[in-house]
Design a protein around this ligand. Sequence first.
Ligand code: ATP
Ligand code: MG
Length: 459
Amino acid sequence: MAIQLPGKVKCIIDTLEEAGFEAYAVGGCVRDSMLGRKPEDWDITTSASPWQVKELFPVTVDTGIKHGTVTVLIGHEGFEVTTYRIDGEYEDKRHPKEVLFTSDLLEDLKRRDFTINAMAYNDKKGLVDAFGGARDLEDKNIRCVGDPVERFTEDALRLMRAVRFSAQLGFSIEGRTKEVIPALAGNLADISAERIQTELVKLLVSGHPEELRTLYETGMTKVFLPEFDGMMATPQNNLHHCYNVGDHTIAALGYVRPDKVLRLTMLLHDVAKPVCKSVDGEGIYHFYGHPERGAQMAREILQRLKFDNNTIGKVTALIRWHDHRPKLEEASVRRAVHQAGPEQYPALFEVKYADTMAKNQYKREEKLAYLAGYKKIYQEILEQKQCLGLKDLAVNGKDLIQLGMEQGKGLGDTLDRLLSHVLELPEDNTREVLLRLALAGETGTAPKQQGTGRYYSGG
Ligand code: ATP
Ligand code: MG
């Protein structure tokens, strides 16, 4: 099996070999090359010590020198070069207490998580596959290197990684490797939120986000996302649904693009349903207020999992508005876009589409027709460059101060009134009209624009 190494990787390996060391491409890049997938990054493993690596290359960064990793920069591209190592005893199911360097490649491969991740390659030696990784790639198996109980106990993140790789590659987790997971799932409690976040996102944006179910069934979500277990335990006895909240969520994941914000939004869009559930006299379930409450809960969950504020802001805004259905007339849609924030569009349409598709067939055509109508009006509004917020208004605070108004709340209220007026009557968004309205205090009295009657409503 020949693997086409990129020129820069070859150059690093050659340099190390010429200096008398061993060096191989290793791990994910070997696995992905053998699968015909484009590797995300190329990692190199070597018998040279980090200090020897630093001497051989002009530009390096001490990325994790204690653990043997030096980043070699070639041009603007960085490659992690790590010294062959043995992970010492694990003290806390997370970190090896000590890292020992070794001159034996096999020792280094042995510490890796799965057989498919434990292969090395260079042009001289070809593939080094000591644990049957190539065979497992063929058979589409995720299998621990060595004893699964031992390997998962050393580092509980591997439990999630097993499911994540199975979601990315469409592989099965091999018998014994899978069998031991439920009993060890509780150990995930010792893993940092940042590491869990990385694996969760990789699973969600993979080709098989429905593998979330495996995280649930093996007891892992209970540890880091117990809210999801609550969703799985919440049936939805109403006309629109055929699934419990959790199964609806899993289905919805499959109907949005593999984008981090969209997939996180679908994961959490109904997170508040278990706490917002009510049952009416006919035994029908309702979930009043779940988008607002869900946005709050999602914020807490995403903060707990240490997501960045930008991601949290986008996801919570989409959740807050995922169920909002304006009347299909221009003014209502303009108000909806203003309320949710123009920056939530067009992603909000993708969320609404996925949410609809993950429900039963009841009124589906009508719901999709509504969505198409909503989108069409939205696009017309954009094409006409209509005002959707204060920043699009033809006047600003300064203009009003020049008219003699005083800075303060009154000024803000006037701007808000002008905006409401313009959302109703976009043709009035001119400096002349707005200044006149501001002076006369005439805003907010515009007649409500009639619906065009061109679109279906409901949904
Ligand atoms: P990705 O495509 O996500 O980068 P990858 O296999 O390269 O997949 P990384 O997390 O980048 O995964 O790790 C690189 C390699 O390091 C893995 O292929 C594996 O050999 C080893 N490895 C990473 N994390 C662990 C772990 N927790 N336990 C054991 N080995 C690990
Ligand atoms: Mg990698």
